[in-house]
Design a protein around this ligand. Structure first.
Ligand code: PRP
Length: 212
């Protein structure tokens, strides 16, 4: 029996871009373009099955082997450290993890810095590296509100265009780490399906070079 490669795509605009790269590399699945609410799509002839997954869940599917490969943001990989192979930087979904604060904010090192973020591990490691004492406030969204309402001194969050910060009168202060979309693979499944997965990696690497 022909082996099938299960691919977890992040649902949304980034996932659509990623699928276009698969298609351009010859790993297509035409039924995915049908406008419906299905979550799984298969190209039997090519031995490919795609499924749409919430972006922050891709690494979970891949780590547990429900997907052989998937596309996850470097932010998720750094935050959750899933036990997966990181095979390729796709060069899309580029943004950065940054520290931002209200304009005029000055850090007083005699006080503990209050940091609001969804990315507590990334923030902790960043400030530990600087020897700065912090108090982490974990939020699930609308992080930009925290300094505005005095809940935190700074935020550590994703900045893409900078528009959200600008419109909320916040200033980006430091870049913590650059982020982009990465192709990841389940470690055990990679061994069994290495030939086909490597063909996909090579195909996507060529397309990603063309895109840059
Ligand atoms: C992210 C991030 C910022 C915004 C930055 O949110 O948390 O709010 O994007 O983008 P910009 O620099 O282009 O304005 P996202 O849309 O991923 O949703 P979230 O609220 O779930 O984090």
């Amino acid at each position: 029996m022909k082996s099938v490669i299960n691919v977890a795509l992040p649902k949304g605009r980034l996932g659509e871009k990623v699928y276009d790269m698969f298609e351009a590399a010859g790993f297509d699945c035409p039924s995915i373009k049908e406008n419906n609410r299905k979550l799984t799509f298969e190209n039997e002839e090519k031995g490919l099955r795609f499924f749409w997954v919430k972006p922050s869940d891709v690494a979970i599917y891949v780590e547990r082997g429900a997907a052989d490969i998937g596309i996850a943001g470097k932010d998720i990989l750094l935050e959750y450290c899933p036990d997966v192979y990181e095979l390729l930087d796709l060069g899309i979904g580029k943004c950065r993890m940054a520290v931002a604060a209200k304009s005029g904010f000055r850090d007083n090192r005699e006080k503990t810095l209050r940091v609001a973020t969804k990315f507590t591990r990334i923030a902790r490691e960043y400030y530990a590296g600087k020897g700065r004492d912090i108090d982490i406030i974990h939020l699930n969204g609308s992080i930009e509100l925290a300094p505005i309402l005095g809940l935190s001194d700074v935020i550590v969050d994703i900045v893409e265009t900078g528009k959200t910060l600008l419109e909320n009168d916040l200033i980006p202060m430091e870049t913590v780490v650059p982020i982009s979309a990465r192709l990841i693979a389940n470690k055990a499944n990679f061994k069994f399906k290495s030939e086909k997965i490597e063909a996909i990696v090579n195909g996507l690497a060529a397309i990603s070079k063309q895109n840059q």
